[in-house]
Structures are given as C-alpha cells and as structure tokens.
Design a protein around this ligand. Structure first.
Ligand SMILES: NC(=O)c1ccc[n+]([C@@H]2O[C@H](COP(=O)([O-])OP(=O)(O)OC[C@H]3O[C@@H](n4cnc5c(N)ncnc54)[C@H](OP(=O)(O)O)[C@@H]3O)[C@@H](O)[C@H]2O)c1
Length: 282
C-alpha cells in the first residue's frame, strides 16, 4: 500500500470544496488522504462522513480540524504530523502535499449598501485566510518534513518502477468576477482579483522551493453560492454563457485534479466559465 498523499482543504463543506474533496478521495490510482479545515465541527464531520473511504481494498479515514481559518495564529498553531503511514494521531494534521483554498463568502449588494462587517468578512475569508494558508504551507519545518511522493507500480519480475511523482502544490479559487467585475460584487471581486495576484506572486516565490501555485477561475457553477442566485438571475446567466449552461462542481473538481497532478503547472490561471469571460463587448 503506497503512502497516502495528504490534501488539506478549506471550504470542504461547500458546493465546490465538497466536490473537490470527493473527487480526490475517490481517485483509484492515487491514495489521497483528505483533511478539511473549517469553523463548524458538525458540518465538517458530515462532509468527511460522505467521502469515499475505500482505496485498494483497505479502509482510509479522512480527517478534519476546526478553527478560525482567517486568523494567522490558527495556521501557525496547527499540530502537524508527518508519520509515514498517514494515520491520524489525536488532533494532529498530516503535512499536506496539496493545499486547496476553497472557502469563500459573498455578500451581494451595491457598494454603498455594504456594511463594514460584510466587506471585512469578504476580505478575511476569501483573501486573508488564503494568504495565511499559503504562508503556513511553506513554513520551514513543513518544507523539511515533506518527502518526495513517488507512486510506484510493480512490473513483471517484481521490479518496481515510478509511475507518477506528485510535487507539493497549492490551488487557490478565484472567480470570473475577480477578472471581469460584475454588479453588486465590488468587495467580492476585489478579494478574488487579490487571489490571482497572490497566486502569481507565490508561483515565482515558492517555485524556487519546489511548490507550485495555481488558480482556478470558475464562472457560474451549478452548486454552492450560485444556488443562492434567484431563478431569474440564473436563467439570464444561462442565456449569456456561450455554452448556454452553468458549469458543474465536478468540472471544477476535475480541473483541480489536473492542477494537482500536472508537474509543470505553476502560475496557471485556469478559467472555467463556459466562455462567459470572452463575451465582453458582444
Ligand atoms: N459556486 C460558484 O458559482 C462559484 C463561482 C466562482 C467562484 N466560486 C468560489 O469557489 C469557492 C467555493 O464556493 P462554493 O460555491 O462552494 O460556496 P459555498 O457552497 O457557499 O461554500 C463556502 C465554503 O466556505 C466556507 N466558509 C465560509 N465562511 C467561512 C469562514 N468564516 N471560516 C471558514 N470557512 C468558511 C463554508 O464553510 P461553512 O460550512 O462553515 O459555512 C463553505 O465550506 C469560493 O471561494 C467561491 O468564491 C464559486
């Protein structure tokens, strides 16, 4: 049984994060171990309970860790564990090879109506938590504890060959509104534009440490926060997307898997918007 590849994920109780966690946990050829980080223990426990647990005939139990992801001290004080069999010990969190920042919040209203609390929460959850998570991912003892992950297969004659190398990487989730703007989303768009700047800067800074940093830029996805749009708004959006539909959470999760496993993907800004971003001016 190969050593598990640890994936740390915020937003794993939401529409997109849940689909990403599920897709990694269901991967048959690569043994991913998922740890969800968030604020609500019940929701985290439920999300973990939903994940597929079987891999290669053995039972794998995923984990969660509760805390305030917007606080730098939370990330600084995570009790990391790097035992090689991937088993969780008490409250400890496995040293991650993949970090997915999928937590997010939106308050839809024109800027003059936004309260200080709404703007603060938007910046804290969408941007600040991602900054602290990225900072923690590259702290010196974690970089040291992380070992090169080589997946091997036994060939005829019992000789093993390396079939895949998984390098440490971070996937941050932005939004089409962060690149194109949109009515009633000023603070959200600002936070999501910040995610792209953060990820690009870290692709240069962390690339030298062997850590890849990439951004997913979903348009309108038929899950999570888009479900809170009115039926009328969703109909209008479907009408203007060139593919005439919303994306699915699975399509976003498949893109996350691509970024996690493609060893030359660094500084990717991968938009999944059905072509909506190309329609400006049309
Ligand atoms: N759905 C879309 O169409 C779409 C499009 C573009 C970009 N995105 C981005 O994709 C990401 C996921 O969105 P989604 O649609 O899955 O949203 P969602 O279903 O509303 O889920 C939001 C997630 O963020 C977590 N979260 C919110 N505030 C938090 C806080 N203070 N501390 C910790 N966790 C917090 C929630 O956890 P709790 O369970 O604790 O609430 C939940 O897991 C977000 O960054 C969003 O901006 C989504």
């Amino acid at each position: 049984m190969p050593r598990p590849i640890n994936v740390l994920l915020t937003g794993g109780t939401g529409g997109l994060g849940r689909a990403i966690a599920h897709t990694f946990a269901a991967q048959r050829s690569i043994p991913f171990h998922i740890t969800l980080l968030g604020r609500n223990e019940d929701r985290l426990r439920n999300a973990i309970a939903d994940l597929p647990k079987r891999h290669g005939g053995s039972t794998r139990v995923h984990a969660y860790h509760v805390g305030d992801i917007t606080a730098q001290t939370f990330w600084r004080n995570i009790p990391w564990s790097s035992n090689s069999n991937g088993a969780d010990e008490g409250n400890s969190v496995q040293v991650p090879t993949v970090l997915v920042n999928a937590a997010g919040v939106v308050h839809r209203s024109l800027l003059p109506q936004q309260t200080e609390e709404q703007v603060q929460e938007t910046l804290d959850v969408n941007l600040k938590a991602t900054i602290w998570a990225c900072q923690a991912f590259a702290q010196r003892d974690l970089v040291r504890a992380r070992r090169k992950i080589e997946l091997r297969e036994e060939e005829q004659g019992g000789i093993e060959k390396v079939v895949k190398v998984v390098t440490p990487n971070i996937i941050n989730i932005s939004s089409l509104l962060g690149t194109h703007g949109g009515l009633g989303a000023a603070a959200y768009a600002a936070s999501k534009a910040g995610i792209i700047g953060l990820s690009r800067a870290l692709a240069a800074e962390y690339g030298r440490l062997g850590i890849r940093v990439n951004t997913l830029v979903p348009g309108y996805i038929d899950a999570g926060m888009a479900e809170t749009e009115s039926a009328e708004a969703l109909k209008r959006i479907r009408g203007i997307v060139p593919l005439k539909r919303l994306g699915t959470a699975q399509e976003v999760a498949d893109a996350a898997m691509f970024l996690a496993l493609n060893d030359y993907a660094n500084n990717c800004v991968l938009n999944l918007d059905g072509g909506l971003g190309a329609t400006a001016g049309s």
